[in-house]
Design a protein around this ligand. Structure first.
Ligand SMILES: *Cc1c(COP(=O)(O)O)cnc(C)c1O
Length: 385
């Protein structure tokens, strides 16, 4: 099969507008953190109906800084899901705190709110839910648990969920802190990038300062036409800023966000119709009164009925020129977590069960109808034998 017909998983749409915007930024000679970043922050703030939005270099940086400015530190525990990307738990560990996993629900694949209370101890400082694939977690229950336990901090990992809504509230406006990702495979991209939304002005100010070396005034105002201004180091901060090159890309992407989401919904419905009678479980419908951002289309393979393993299924798709993903092999199954915490697969039975069966098909708005047909044809051909 010719390489140019290979369907790359998670391929972004980069149009002439993006190329023009980035080259325009390069021509202005201000390529660092400047006016485009401020514009992008304001655009996301409005889109997410948030009080404050601060752009950063990644969602990983956003998660880490959110915890640092909230005072999460060594000796603390942060409750999260094991069915997530490595960065969610690593950001907790980077603060010195300990990630405490709570199993997921099999159908929503989100953290099971009914199990959270069993994991709360005297050391619990924060709850860190992940909106898996863009399906909003049960934020009413999570918020209630947080309030009932001395106002635990809630930080949302919304890397998949920029477009998502929960009971009329946009993700980004629900909890004290919400973190988004603009990594290359996400719904909109800045190549690398992230954003924190918060309703707390004090945390917003700290995130701005801590994210750029801990300087009292940021580089943007320091080198503006006001002339040289002295800065003061108020904290040994991080290098977590976003650049104007990235933000100019993000502004173009954001203007397409609803169109691309409708295209992913269309592909999602076509997949659901096509796979109904195959030995797979298609994603559960979105919960009432929510918007699911359709970041990932995951199938759960019925290994026994299909007569092949998930990995053999992935290999067969790859052979037919279709790139896939696995979201995720639960973190508790990985070497570091096995060795540090002594986890066994059955410690989180649902996350373990999903880990063995799940695969993600391409869902990018970039897919043509012909490519969607090819993917459906390949899945059907492999599973009907
Ligand atoms: C992509 C992702 C991240 C990390 O985002 P980056 O911007 O790459 O740092 C964190 N959590 C989840 C669930 C993700 O999918």
């Amino acid at each position: 099969m010719a390489n140019d017909s290979y369907i790359v998983f998670g391929s972004p749409i980069i149009g002439e507008e993006e190329i023009f915007a980035v080259t325009e930024t390069l021509r202005t000679a201000w390529i660092g953190t400047g006016p485009r970043v401020a514009e992008f922050e304001e655009a996301i703030r409005l889109y997410s109906r948030a009080r404050n939005a601060m752009a950063l270099g990644s969602c990983t940086a956003a998660l880490h800084l959110s915890m640092v400015v909230s005072g999460v530190e060594r000796g603390d525990e942060v409750i999260t899901t094991p069915l997530t990307f490595a960065a969610t738990a690593a950001a907790i560990i980077h603060t010195g705190a300990t990630p405490v996993f709570v199993d997921v629900e099999r159908d929503s694949m989100n953290i099971d709110p009914d199990l959270i209370e069993f994991a709360i101890t005297r050391d619990t400082r924060a709850l860190l839910p992940v909106h898996f694939a863009g399906r909003p977690c049960n934020m009413d229950k999570i918020g209630e648990i947080a309030r009932n336990h001395g106002d635990l901090l809630v930080i949302e990992d919304a890397a998949h969920a920029l477009e998502s809504e929960y009971k009329g509230r946009k993700v980004g406006s629900i909890s004290p802190l919400t973190c988004f990702s603009f990594y290359a495979t996400k719904n909109i991209t800045t190549a690398e990038g992230g954003m924190v939304c918060t309703d707390r002005a004090d945390l917003a100010e700290m995130i701005k300062i801590y994210g750029l070396h801990g300087l009292s005034a940021d580089a943007w105002s320091r080198f503006s036409d006001k002339g040289y201004q002295h800065y003061e180091v108020v904290f040994p901060g991080f290098k977590y800023n976003m650049t104007d090159i990235q933000a100019s890309l993000g502004l173009c992407q954001l203007s397409q966000i609803e169109i691309w989401m409708r295209r992913r919904e269309e592909i999602w419905e076509r997949y659901n119709d096509a796979f109904r009678d195959l030995p797979v479980v298609v994603p559960k419908d979105p919960e009432p009164d929510t918007v699911h951002s359709r970041h990932l289309y995951t199938l759960l393979l019925d290994v026994d009925e299909a007569g092949l393993s998930r990995d053999d299924f992935l290999a067969a798709l790859n052979q037919r020129g279709i790139g896939t993903g696995v979201h995720y092999r639960s973190l508790h199954l990985h070497k570091y977590y096995r060795e540090r915490f002594g986890y066994k697969p059955q410690d989180f039975p649902n996350a373990n069960w999903i880990s063995e069966r799940t695969l993600s098909l391409p869902l990018s708005a970039k897919l043509t109808d012909e490519e969607v047909d090819r993917i459906i044809g390949a899945v059907t051909e492999i599973l009907i034998r």
